[in-house]
Design a protein around this ligand. Structure first.
Ligand code: NDP
Ligand code: MG
Length: 390
């Protein structure tokens, strides 16, 4: 029987890598929903090639274009955030959650309420609403598998292990585009320079977040939420080769490292075939050619985002949603040329400091709801926009 699958964020970098794997074994899958936003041509092409049941764009203004592109195919077309969530709630055995940003939260929740498997690339879901996501997965008997390469690596290192024996979890960071830049040059970094990752080929937003380390800051929170380890047990190491994605340290002093090429199809494929392993079209590493793996401690002055993540975890409650929303707006500001590279962290810190005194954001995880997360997100976006215009 083919497995029913849906891909949320199908037109993006993770979505396209997922489709690359699916297309190699078309008979194994029955595609339910594909979703995208602006890239209607790609969405329609893939929906037709995979014979999807429904294709949805986030952009209501592009519904007619999508209908035109799908005409005669018999594939249903829909548009808007609610339509994406509706499509995500159609029964599927496996759903890829690869929308970018907080927009991925509601559709991801809808998918896991079906009780299937959610392959989670959308780290923002866990940063904004980790307790909600993990709680709903448990309530509905859904499985969440990590797709972020570091978290897939940790997950793989933990197979057969007892969490009580885990002392520390180390996730690595390439250091992004500006790892070796003189500190004083960072504020002049351009959008083009920040959009060029030394090792990974990813969407533009996460590439810039890698240069600023906001991506790693989010991943530290993601590690805490996904694996339930304490913030003190989570470490970040700069590892320029991007081949050791994470290491897990056990109570006997041993470290289990996961080594693989910087190719997201490894983590996506692992989640797709779990609990089996299947051959994947990724490079086989020749360690004699690589020769060495380097590690250094991250520099807080270069990457203040890592310190901010620690503050967010200490505050708990809805501060993750505030952090993510402020970061998204600051990133928009940098992309639009309103902010310098180094000002992104300043804006996020300003919003965090202002919101820290708001008692309603400090609520415990038990009463976290989509509405409360949405409210925190909304307030933080407003505050971040105001801070940018100041
Ligand atoms: P991209 O920007 O490449 O793709 C984002 C996807 O989301 C596209 O399908 C896009 O549609 C869609 N989208 C954009 N805005 C909205 C919206 N408001 N509502 C619904 N859909 C929307 O992102 P990536 O693939 O790089 O990243 C996706 C997720 O995976 C992120 O959470 C990221 O952090 C995570 N991730 C990515 C990695 C990577 O290698 N790229 C590695 C690890 C994690 P369209 O393109 O049609 O506009
Ligand atoms: Mg990652």
């Amino acid at each position: 029987m083919p497995r029913k699958i849906s891909i949320l964020g199908a037109t993006g970098s993770i979505g396209q890598n997922t489709i690359d794997l699916i297309r190699r074994a078309p008979d194994a899958y029955d595609v339910v929903a594909l979703t995208g936003a602006s890239n209607i041509a790609q969405l329609a092409t893939d929906a037709k090639a995979l014979n999807a049941e429904v294709a949805v764009t986030a952009r209501e203004d592009l519904l007619d274009d999508l209908r035109d592109a799908l005409s005669g195919s018999g594939i249903e077309a829909a548009a808007g955030a609610e339509a994406i969530t509706e499509a995500a709630s159609r029964p599927a055995d496996w759903t890829m959650s690869a929308i970018i940003g907080a927009a991925g939260l509601a559709p991801g929740l809808a998918a896991l309420r079906q009780g299937g498997t959610l392959a989670l690339a959308n780290k923002e879901s866990l940063v904004c609403a980790g307790a909600l996501i993990m709680g709903e997965a448990e309530r509905h008997g859904a499985t969440i598998l990590p797709v972020d390469s570091e978290h897939s690596a940790v997950f793989q290192a933990l197979v057969g292990e007892d969490m009580a024996a885990v002392e520390r979890v180390i996730i690595t960071a390439s250091g992004g585009a500006f790892r070796d830049w003189p500190l004083e040059d960072l504020h002049n970094a351009t959008l083009d320079q920040a959009s060029n990752h030394p090792n990974w080929d990813m969407g533009q937003r996460i590439t810039i977040d890698s240069a600023s380390m906001f991506n790693k800051a989010m991943e530290v929170i993601e590690t805490r939420e996904f694996f339930g380890v304490s913030p003190e047990a989570i470490e970040v190491l700069v590892h320029p080769q991007s081949m050791i994605h994470a290491l897990v340290g056990f109570c006997d002093g041993g470290l289990m490292a996961h080594v693989g090429p910087p190719d997201m199809r490894h983590a996506i494929g692992y989640a797709l075939h779990h609990p089996q392993r299947a051959p994947l079209p990724v490079e086989r590493l020749d360690l004699t050619k690589i020769g060495r793996f380097d590690f250094t401690a991250p520099d807080d002055a270069r990457w203040p985002a890592l310190r901010l993540a620690r503050e967010v975890m200490a505050a708990g409650g809805l501060m993750g949603a505030v952090f993510n929303a402020a970061k998204e707006v600051a990133l928009d500001g940098f992309i639009a040329g309103q902010l310098r590279f180094t000002q992104m962290a300043e804006i996020v810190e300003e919003v965090l400091d202002a919101r820290a005194s708001d008692a309603s954001l400090g609520r415990g995880s038990d009463d976290m709801t989509l509405d409360l997360v949405g409210k925190a997100d909304h307030l933080a976006r407003k505050a971040a926009k105001a801070a940018i215009l100041k």
